[in-house]
Every structure is written in C-alpha cells, then in structure tokens.
Design a protein around this ligand. Structure first.
Ligand code: ADP
Length: 341
C-alpha cells in the first residue's frame, strides 16, 4: 500500500515542467504512477530527454515503483472555453429553442460496445438525483431503447399541440426512433431523412414546457463518426459528450475519431467510460480481466479527457437489459455524480 500523493509528484517536478502540462494523474495502490505530459512539439529531440528526466524524478520519490509518463502534443480538451450553460437565461437550448436545459450525447466509435446500455442506465441514474431527465434514442441504425426500457411495439400519442408525448417510465421521459419505424426500415435511413427524423424527435416531442423545461436530455447517438453523427453534434448544440468503449477496442482509432469529431464541433468531452471492463464470475463473484484492463484510463490520459469509470461485464447488466428493467447499478450512480451536470 503506497501513500504517495499528487502533491509530492507535482513538487518533485516543479523545476522541470509546468504543472499545467500534467494531466490524468493516476496513482495506484502498488505505487505505479501514470500521467500525461503535454510538450511543445518544437522541442524536437529534447522531448525525449525531458521525458526520461521526468520519469526518473518521479521514480526517485519514496514508494514509487513504476512511472509511465505519456508524452502528448495535443491541446487539452479541458482548456477549451466551457459553453455558457444557459446563455439566454431562459432554461432553453439556444439553437433549436427547445425547453431543455442541457443536452448530452452518449457516443461510441462503433456499434456493440454497450453505448445504449450506458445511455439508458446513466439517464436512470441522473433521474435519481432529482433532476427531470429525458432519454432520446437517436440510434437510427439500431434503436434499442424500446427494448431496453421494456417498451417495445408501442406508438407514442400526440398532445393538443400536436407534439409527440414521450413515454414516462423508470422516472424518465423516453422517445425513440424505434417507436416510429419498424426496426428493419431504420437501417436504410440516409442523410437528410435521418436529420429530419432526429430534429422531429427534439422539436416535436413534448420534452418540457417553457415554464418547466426538462433539466437533462440524454441522447443515445448513432454509433460511429460519419456524417449523420457529425451533423447531429453540430446542429443540436450539444452541451457535452460521453464516449463509451470496450477495452479491446481502445487500440483502434475509433475512440480517437469520435473524440476528434466532438472537438471539431466544439462539443466538450465529458469523459470516457470503459464498458465490459472486467468480468465478475457468476459463481464466486471473482473479478477477471478478460480483455486487458485499464486501457481506457491510459487512453483518457493521453487524450486529456476525464476518465469516468469502468463498467464490469456483468450478466445482471445484460439480463436487466433483456428484461427491459433498470436495476440501478451503483457504478452508474457514481458516473452520474462525476458528471456533475
Ligand atoms: P451498442 O448500443 O453500443 O450497440 P448495446 O448497449 O446494445 O450496444 O449492448 C450490446 C450488447 O451487450 C447487449 O446485449 C447488452 O445487453 C450487452 N452489454 C452491454 N454492456 C454490458 C455489460 N457491461 N455487461 C454485460 N452485457 C453488456
């Protein structure tokens, strides 16, 4: 058990690097230290000297067993100017003039990583904090929210103003493109059709009223980083994006591409979640690392984005999804709290 503190590390590196160039510092119980160090690429070959000096200096701290400093030359995402949460002071989304205070996206570089599972459970956890929360399933390629929330094969009604009434279930207001179309037809949607459908689900759904706007809308994005995703991110003026990845997909460029996409559109990245991180044995509760472990934490440090947590590969998560029940897993409460929305 080590008692190394962040302060000790910053103190040791004082004369060597600017403290602002250090991010994603992680100190584990075994005395292993990991952080990202952003450097000016103009330093050229001197970068490596500095790298070694930094690692050596941290390694000389009592109790430190191993040091990994990841050199990056990227601009910090956190250094981006945060968006004014409510520039009009009216509790409305400024672009589409929606009665929604904050819109956050749950995104992934590719399909099948558990993006929808995370979106649903995260929305549920956010609702438990007392906020009014909506869940919009904008995954046109495979809308799974109806199934995950136990609402398959039903169609929404409209109100007097001709707006679609979202389903109220699990303490959430729920709308999905899957309520409107058959699952198979959803697959062939392209370009403008996709956008108008998504617009419709933002504008023409009774998410809230001017007097009582919805606090948070969680959008389950289509997977990937193509045009549909880019336009969506641009047009709806997202307040932030959460990226989901599995450990084995981290080596691929998908996560990076997703993060780049949001950076291009000036959407703040709220953090990275590693899903299907460890396997909990159903017989004995023992935790196993099937696909390697901690990759997302390293990747988050490299990309200068917050690491939000690891979700285990857990049969009860799948079962609750299959049954359309939301059980309230503690890990999602922790992530909701970290997001601090
Ligand atoms: P995506 O939206 O990225 O395509 P889904 O959320 O639909 O992925 O998840 C894909 C499959 O993996 C589903 O069957 C889901 O129940 C399962 N799954 C997702 N996350 C977990 C987890 N942490 N543990 C067990 N099963 C999971």
């Amino acid at each position: 058990m080590s008692n190394i503190t962040a302060e000790q590390i910053f103190n040791a590196l004082k004369g060597l690097v600017n403290p602002d160039s250090i991010s994603g510092l992680d100190i584990n119980k075994k005395g292993e230290i990991l952080f990202a160090l952003s450097v000016d690429p103009a330093m050229g070959a001197k970068m490596e000297d500095l790298h070694q000096q930094v690692e050596k200096t941290v390694l000389s701290i009592k109790g430190v067993k191993k040091v990994t400093a990841i050199l990056t030359a990227e601009k910090s995402a956190q250094a981006q100017t945060p968006k004014t949460p409510d520039p009009h002071g009216m509790g409305k989304n400024p672009v589409l003039d929606l009665p929604i205070k904050k819109i956050i996206a749950v995104a992934s570089g590719k399909g099948g990583v558990g993006k929808s599972t995370v979106a649903v459970n995260l929305a549920h956890a956010l609702a438990k904090t007392g906020k009014s929360v909506g869940l919009l399933d904008a995954d046109i390629y495979g809308p799974s929210v109806p199934r995950l929330t136990g609402l398959p094969n039903i169609k929404p009604d409209t109100n007097d103003e001709n707006k679609l009434i979202p389903f109220e279930e699990h303490g959430l207001k729920i709308m999905s493109i899957g309520f409107m179309v058959e699952q198979d037809t959803a697959m062939i949607w392209r370009g403008p059709m996709v956008q108008s459908a998504i617009y419709q689900m933002l504008r023409d759904v009774a998410w809230g009223t001017d007097e009582a706007p919805l606090d948070i809308l969680v959008v389950d994005m289509p997977p990937g980083t193509g045009d549909a995703q880019l336009t969506l991110a641009q047009k709806i003026n997202l307040d932030g994006a959460v990226m989901v990845s599995t450990p084995q997909d981290l080596a691929l460029l998908d996560v990076r591409k997703g993060i780049e996409m949001f950076r291009k559109t000036d959407v703040p990245i709220l953090g990275l979640i590693e899903n299907m991180s460890t396997h909990i044995c159903t017989n004995c509760g023992h935790e196993e690392h099937l696909f390697g472990h901690g990759g997302a934490r390293v990747e988050a440090a490299k990309l200068h984005i917050p690491f939000l947590g690891e979700i285990p590969l857990d049969i009860t998560i799948r079962q609750s999804a299959d049954q359309g029940k939301l059980k309230g897993f503690e890990i999602f409460n922790e992530i909701a709290e970290k997001l601090n929305l």
